[in-house]
Design a protein around this ligand. Structure first.
Ligand code: NAD
Ligand code: TDX
Length: 354
């Protein structure tokens, strides 16, 4: 049994599905179901007795403590977070509430539970904290990629809140001996990603014939990783990662935003042709404040120590992703109703494309 937090979100849901298909041991999935959490992501597990869903906030300490005592998980895999940089610019408070205070709550309950374990159960317990490359700040064009020893320099409220959570996790290992492992991953893409993020937003806008809003000059670089590869990296870190260590996970696949959008447009021209090339919809809009220029991950440590490397190439992963969005219109219709529209209005009206 493992306890997953945030398992109804993009990466968490992919992880739960992947875990049950590979490891196969039961999962308790604790999720608050914010706008980004979607119980429909786990619809295929409706009759699967190995998946136990709990609708709760990681800040509800008594419930978290009771769940740990009841299910006695051998690990906590912590995905729950507010995860969108633009939303953190509009409202940082929720990011501190969930990412910093929520992680502290979870660490406290994990420590109480772990302290009560003995023998082999205590030795094998792990707290795996899922974090991001954004904690390292921004790279210049010729800088070496982020390694585990790159100093923290978070630039957005989102990145600062994730950095705060990483530091708390580190301190709980150093001070209390809690067996933590932290992973810092680059930009993910794939099925089930909420369409506020670059790739699914561009796919859905293009299909609707709407402008494709590229921030600034479109030359910001991200290091893209297929979500299934991230899930495999987390499983490797959980199985073989050394307590107290951090592992960077990345796709070795740096692309400018414009390259990504043009590739998506070409895929859509092939798979769902419209009258005109989709690239005609590309519209340059006002930049994100404090927009990090470049992220890149050096994933040598996880490769050498844990034998992990990305399996999916960007071109094939993106094609799979576009196909998934084309084949799952019911999912996108469901998540883009209601509150989603308010966010799109708020974020893109000020950029002139709502
Ligand atoms: P997401 O926004 O799609 O999902 C987050 C999930 O957490 C949702 O299901 C939401 O309901 C849940 N949640 C939010 N607040 C909660 C709370 N207080 N209590 C319980 N559940 C809560 O995020 P994602 O893209 O799947 O990211 C998952 C994790 O991976 C995050 O910690 C994020 O920082 C990290 N990460 C994401 C990326 C990426 O490219 N998406 C890259 C590196 C790291
Ligand atoms: O409409 C857009 N236009 C645009 O040009 C959006 C939504 C984004 N962008 C740009 C901003 C970034 O340079 O695309 C790039 C990617 O943006 P996001 O998808 O918002 O991701 P990013 O800000 O890079 O952060 C992501 O990767 C690290 C995740 O959202 C984080 O949760 C993760 O930690």
């Amino acid at each position: 049994m493992i306890l997953v937090t945030g398992g109804a979100g993009f990466i968490g849901a992919n992880f739960v599905l992947d875990w049950l298909a590979t490891e196969g041991t039961p999962v308790v999935n604790l999720d608050k179901l914010t706008y980004a959490g979607n119980a429909g992501n786990l619809e295929s597990l409706r009759n699967d007795g190995r998946h136990h869903f709990v609708h709760a906030d990681i800040n509800e300490r008594e419930r978290v403590g009771a769940l740990l005592r009841q299910h006695r998980p051998r690990a906590i895999v912590h995905f729950a977070a507010e995860s969108h940089v633009d939303r953190s610019i509009h409202g940082p408070g929720e990011f501190v509430h969930t990412n910093v205070v929520g992680t502290l709550s979870l660490l406290e309950e994990a420590r109480a539970y772990w302290s009560g374990l003995a023998g082999a159960e205590r030795d094998r317990f792990r707290f795996l904290h899922v974090s991001t490359d954004e904690v390292y700040g921004s790279l210049g064009a010729d800088d070496p990629a982020f390694s585990e020893t790159t100093p923290y320099a978070p630039n957005s409220p989102y990145a600062a809140s994730k950095a705060g959570s990483d530091h708390l996790v580190r301190a709980y290992h150093h001070t209390y001996g809690l067996p933590t492992v932290t992973t810092n991953c680059s930009n993910n893409y794939g099925p089930l990603q909420f369409p506020e993020k670059l790739i699914p937003l561009m796919i859905l806008n293009a299909l609707a014939g709407k402008p494709l809003p590229v921030y600034g000059d479109g030359k910001n670089v991200r290091d893209w990783l297929y979500v299934g590869d991230h899930c495999a990296g987390i499983r490797a870190a959980l199985a073989r990662g050394r307590p107290g260590e951090t592992y960077n996970i990345g796709g070795n696949s740096e692309k400018t935003n414009l390259e990504v959008v043009h590739t998506l447009c070409a895929l859509l021209d092939e798979l769902q042709p419209a009258g005109a090339p989709h690239a005609k919809l590309i519209t340059f809009v006002k930049d994100r404040p404090g927009h990090d220029r470049r992220y890149a991950i050096n994933a040598t440590k996880i490769r050498d120590e844990l034998g992990w490397g990305p399996q999916e190439r960007f071109e094939t992963g993106l094609r799979r992703t576009v196909r998934w969005y084309l084949d799952n219109k019911g999912w996108t219709d469901n998540v883009t109703s209601g509150a989603y529209r308010h966010w799109i209005d708020a974020n893109y009206r000020e950029r002139g494309t709502a």
